[in-house]
Write a new protein. Structure first.
Length: 116
């Protein structure tokens, strides 16, 4: 299953509906491929903080691949965050973070010396 072409999606969205924010987003859009972190940052730049009703419905549609999960867990380790702080930062469930840590703990410790 292929993943969406986020670069094309956000480029079109910005040029059509948010032309005033093109300069702010151009550094991210010039990358060859966008990571999930880039998509999250673009989302925040374009739409600002989410209100609870919209945020909850959007959260149900999110999915993360293994490399992204490992990056999020590395972010937690690098910034010395507990599960609650990490879940608030990335708008995840604390149970999801705990499950990821249980599933991928060996991968995080193995990849600790690698940069993502």
């Amino acid at each position: 299953m292929s993943k969406p072409n986020y670069k094309q999606i956000y480029t079109d969205m910005i040029t059509i509906k948010h032309a005033d924010k093109l300069k702010d987003c151009s550094a991210v859009l010039n990358k060859s491929e966008l990571s999930i972190f880039d998509v999250i940052n673009l989302q925040k730049k374009l739409f600002g903080p989410e209100n609870n009703a919209i945020g909850h419905s959007n959260q149900l549609l999110k999915s993360y691949d293994k490399p992204t999960i490992l990056k999020i867990l590395e972010y937690q380790k690098k910034h010395q965050m507990n599960n609650a702080a990490l879940s608030r930062h990335f708008r995840l469930s604390r149970n999801t973070v705990a499950k990821w840590k249980k599933l991928f703990l060996n991968d995080v410790t193995t990849n600790a010396n690698h940069q993502f």
